[in-house]
Design a protein around this ligand. Structure first.
Ligand code: F6R
Length: 590
């Protein structure tokens, strides 16, 4: 949540560079934006409500060799120009952009007000620049003032500052991601790599409790608490710039849905030894827990069924925000499996912290290589789906399911069989996503676009997919959608069904098929308009979306047409599917 990006170096269009770069972090928040540049020894700030996407980088081309930029997802203080970052100290000498939440900001704000500082926003962020200015009065230099300031903070932060006295960019991190990009005589620091990917692929990862000082040429890293200088390894990243672009597609969401023609095969391409090591770790663990948030959480729920059906192994899913409550059950022999696209989700990191405090091991299934979750886990399986930019997760979710299903097969000593099932699924998805198919699903979206409610049912792994379908429809089209286990309908929710209510039934060719069909008939008897997602048509369906028969991988193929339906519902209702209201891609606050 919130993207930050800073540049210092030998180029003279720092403003233009940071505006261009911050646009690629817009997925992290998009309610307001701002830029601070140093021009002739003074800091100039421009900011506004709205999306940075519409701002022209060319209007930031004046001579400046250091600048910071921000794209905001509001936490403290509403969406106003005053609350947009950057913020600046009273003497106009220190300006800051920040991602995270300073939890004790109220107390610090009072303290600073009593010392004569004037606040112009309602944000927690503004205390950072005032407090550094205050501490500078008694510190030997600015880096020391920054360190002392950080030591007072409770909560999470990744921030960047510029100041009028030195041509240095200073960054500090605890809990929110920050990555340094190393160019020749220039340095970039951002919340995520795409901000500077067009300039350099050599990076340093900043860890919690660390700060960076750079003038572009020389970059130094320090521990915040001790002030000790630390060495950092240069890492070459392999991200493909083209993959992070929309290409021929109008929206990232559509591009990423279509990417699923090959992302399942990429996810399956795992190192055999590594998968087997992980399967052994699960086998030996005294209790395996799964944890994640949102869509990734639904992937974990589906994985409970994969492990049960394929490997007869009980694993236990808990949403990451609830996981800390379970600490009583954790022992050093426990295993926690976390699933995440961004690898930066705050609740997941918190779950990992709790597991580690009990000396349990952590396996991460992630998309973003080098992310905090990737680096902090004991084992990582990368899903290799390429950058996912639309807020709604599509290809990452199906890639995560593919990896989890493969692990379940490895656990059952049937790795080759698992790989075969998944590769066959990948090829069927490739066939399925053709123009006629897209048109058919778009037609169904047209028929239901005025509806206020949609309900989705499923059983076994199609139950979490019903929940995931609801998330997809809600977040991009703003239609009220709810998913249920089919068998639960008659225990309450069936009261919601009226003549014409659209209900989607997710069905596979497995032992649960007849039960779900019976639940669908119960819905139809109450007047529901039935959209069946199934390998075979049935007379109870008013509309049929055909999916391949994918056996144990049915959850993966069944969710794809719902992603397509959600996309077209958003378009037909005039919404932006890539940047839904109130949301952000990377949820780095608890
Ligand atoms: C919904 C969606 C979110 C994420 C959740 C976790 O489409 O994308 O529900 O799944 O915020 O994010 P990651 O996977 O980055 O940990």
């Amino acid at each position: 949540m919130c993207g930050i990006f800073g540049y210092v170096g030998n180029r003279k269009d720092a403003g233009r560079i940071v505006v261009r770069g911050i646009k690629s972090l817009e997925y992290r928040g998009y309610d307001s934006w701002g830029v601070a540049r140093m021009i002739d020894g003074d800091i100039f700030i421009e900011k506004n409500v709205g999306k940075i996407g519409g701002v022209n980088p060319e209007s930031f081309s004046e001579l400046s060799s250091i600048a910071i930029a921000h794209t905001r997802w509001a936490t403290h203080g509403g969406v106003t120009k005053e609350n947009a970052h950057p913020h600046i100290s009273c003497d106009k000498k220190i300006s800051v952009v920040h991602n995270g939440i300073i939890e004790n900001y109220q107390e610090l704000r009072e303290e600073l007000k009593n010392k004569g500082h004037t606040f112009t926003s309602e944000t927690d962020t503004e205390i950072i620049c005032h407090m550094i200015a205050e501490n500078l009065k008694t510190s030997k230099d600015l880096p020391e003032a920054v360190r002392i300031t950080c030591q007072r903070f409770e909560g999470r932060y990744g921030f960047l500052i510029i100041n009028t006295e030195t041509n240095e960019l200073i960054a500090a991190r605890t809990g929110s991601p920050l990555i340094v990009g190393r160019g020749e005589d220039e340095t970039f620091i951002a919340s995520d790599i795409p901000a500077f990917m067009e300039h350099t692929k050599t990076v340093n990862y900043i860890d919690d409790g660390e700060m960076v000082i750079t003038d572009g040429k020389e970059t130094r890293f320090y521990e915040i608490n001790s002030g000790k200088e630390i060495d950092k390894r240069n890492v070459e990243i392999t991200l493909d710039i083209e993959e992070a672009k929309k290409g021929e597609y109008e929206h990232f969401m559509l591009k990423e849905i279509m990417d699923q023609k090959d992302t399942i095969a990429r996810a399956v391409n795992q190192d055999e030894e590594q998968i087997q090591t992980i399967a052994n770790a699960i086998r030996d663990a005294q209790g395996t827990f799964l944890s994640a948030c949102g869509t990734a959480g639904k992937v974990c729920m589906a994985s409970e069924y994969f492990f049960s059906v394929v490997a007869e192994k009980h694993v236990n899913f808990t949403p990451a925000s609830e996981f800390p409550i379970y600490h009583h059950f954790l022992v050093p022999e426990s295993l926690l499996i976390v699933v995440s696209q961004s690898g930066e989700t705050a609740d997941v990191l918190e779950a990992m912290k709790v597991a580690k405090s009990k000396r349990a091991k952590v396996l991460a299934v992630v998309n973003s290589e080098g992310s905090t979750i990737d680096r902090e886990a004991d084992y990582t399986l990368l899903i290799n789906a390429g950058p996912e930019r639309a807020v709604a997760s599509t290809k990452a979710a199906t890639g995560q399911m593919a990896v989890m299903l493969l692990v379940a097969y490895a656990l059952a000593d049937k790795l080759n069989e698992g790989r075969a099932v998944l590769l066959e699924t990948a090829s069927m998805i490739n066939d399925m996503l053709n123009p006629r198919y897209m048109e058919h699903v778009s037609g169904i979206a047209e028929n239901i676009k005025e509806e206020e409610n949609v309900y989705i049912i499923g059983k076994s792994w199609n139950y979490p997919m019903a929940l995931e379908s609801a998330i997809k429809i809600q977040e991009v089209s703003y239609v009220h959608a709810e998913g249920f286990a089919g068998g639960e309908l008659k225990h309450g929710p069936i009261a919601l069904i009226q003549k014409g209510t659209p209900c989607i039934a997710l069905i596979g060719n497995d032992e649960t098929k007849m039960d779900t069909l019976s639940n669908t008939i119960e819905l139809k008897a109450r007047g529901a308009h039935i959209i069946g997602v199934a390998p075979e048509n049935n007379e109870v369906f008013d509309e049929w979306i055909k999916v391949p028969d994918a056996e144990t991988a049915q959850a993966i193929v069944n969710i794809i047409p719902i992603q397509v339906l959600a996309y077209y519902l958003a378009i037909k209702r005039g919404k932006d599917p890539d940047m839904p209201r109130n949301l952000a891609k990377s949820v780095t606050v608890k």
